[in-house]
Design a protein around this ligand. Structure first.
Ligand SMILES: Nc1ncnc2c1ncn2[C@@H]1O[C@H](COP(=O)(O)OP(=O)(O)O)[C@@H](O)[C@H]1O
Ligand SMILES: [Mg+2]
Length: 350
């Protein structure tokens, strides 16, 4: 028993995806092979403070999260981490998926599942991610980006150039977020300023994209230097778009696995998913999301999620299941990839 791998599971976190993270962590907890792993759960509350395993275990067993502790600064870190052989930061959004926690684990010298600092940070920033995709020649939806100070100086000029350059409808998004938080679809010119102000509540950078009438295709990627791509899946939201409500209310979105696509098209998505993974220099795992234009058949890369939703019912694990890798085996693979990564290439991670 002493040779069990000590796996630190970091979950919760400060972002809007706190609940998703909790659900993912509970799924991992349920299936984790106790003969192989000794679990060190570390709950991060909504205020950003980290909690030791004895306080974190009950949440994995189904108890509701306790209220965030109020400190002037969050209490980051946890002594129990010193024992860990490997960490699984199962956190989504800012302060978890964006390279901050990855940087902390890198400093501590703890190998961890998933992308390093640079890929995590770029994957969280839609503007930087788009610039990288462009450098790799990946197909993208036409877009513009600007900052709060740019908007404040010349809102009318920016609005005009968005409408002239991209037409209507438009999608307005904060650069650094996830789960569709702060994202608005704009159909009338007069609604544009409000949508921009809304996005600016969440970030100082805003991305505006032309609307694409699209099917939404997602591919799971797994690996380090030689990543593999799963079969593609499709999300079919019942709402007007894949908004927060559609993402997290059961029954409001259908997952089609595999996506009903002809083989050539499916292969194209898998190829582009691997290209996007490489463009970001992602590691371990990532889910690559696409738009498939309903009329023209054009494919656009939308984004790479460096810590995809990870409940047993989430797209990422289900795609691997459909490709022949069970949920428990997937966890084993991720741990092996994290440990492989740390043997010799640790410095390269950031
Ligand atoms: N340019 C677009 N055209 C059509 N739908 C879009 C566009 N951009 C975003 N959407 C819709 O909004 C959802 C969330 O946008 P996305 O950029 O993936 O943000 P997040 O990082 O929050 O998931 C998408 O899944 C899709 O349903
Ligand atoms: Mg998305």
């Amino acid at each position: 028993m002493s040779t069990r791998i000590k796996l630190a599971l970091l979950f919760g976190g400060r972002s809007a995806e706190h609940e998703v993270s909790l659900a993912s962590a509970r799924s991992v907890y349920r299936v984790l092979d106790r003969e192989r792993y000794e679990l060190i759960p570390v709950y991060i509350d909504r205020g950003g403070s980290w909690h030791p395993p004895e306080r974190s275990f009950p949440l994995l067993e189904g108890e509701p999260p306790f209220p965030a502790e109020l400190h002037r600064r969050p209490k980051v870190g946890c002594a129990a981490l010193e024992e860990a052989d490997v960490a699984f930061p199962l956190l989504h959004g800012p302060h978890g998926e964006d390279g901050t926690v990855q940087g902390y684990l890198t400093l501590l010298g703890i190998p961890y599942i998933g992308s390093g600092v640079a890929a995590s940070a770029t994957g969280m920033d839609k503007v930087l991610m788009k610039r990288l995709f462009a450098a790799f020649g990946l197909p993208q939806v036409p877009y513009r980006d600007f900052t709060r100070s740019g908007w404040v100086k010349d809102p009318d000029g920016i609005a005009r150039s968005l409408l002239e350059g991209l037409g209507l409808p438009l999608f307005v998004k904060p650069a650094n977020l996830g789960s569709s938080v702060g994202i608005r679809k704009v159909k009338r010119p007069e609604d544009l300023p409000t949508a921009v102000e809304e996005a600016l509540r969440y970030d100082r950078k805003v991305v505006v994209e032309a609307y694409v009438p699209a099917r939404e295709i997602e591919v799971a990627v797994l690996g380090n230097e030689d990543p593999e791509a799963s079969v593609p899946g499709e999300v079919v939201p019942h709402n007007e778009f894949y908004d927060y409500d559609a993402k997290y209310t059961p029954g409001k979105t259908d997952l089609l696995i595999p996506a009903p696509l002809d083989e050539t098209l499916g292969e194209r998505f898998r190829f582009l998913a691997l290209e996007a993974f490489r463009a970001l220099d992602a590691r371990g795992f990532a889910r690559v999301d696409f738009f498939l234009h309903r009329e023209t058949g054009e494919i656009f890369v939308n984004e790479v999620n460096t810590i995809p939703g990870f409940t047993e019912q989430s797209m990422y694990p289900k795609l691997w299941q459909a490709t022949g890798l069970s949920y428990p085996s997937l966890i084993d693979r991720l741990v092996a990839l994290a440990l492989e990564d740390s043997s010799g290439e640790a410095e390269g991670r950031a």
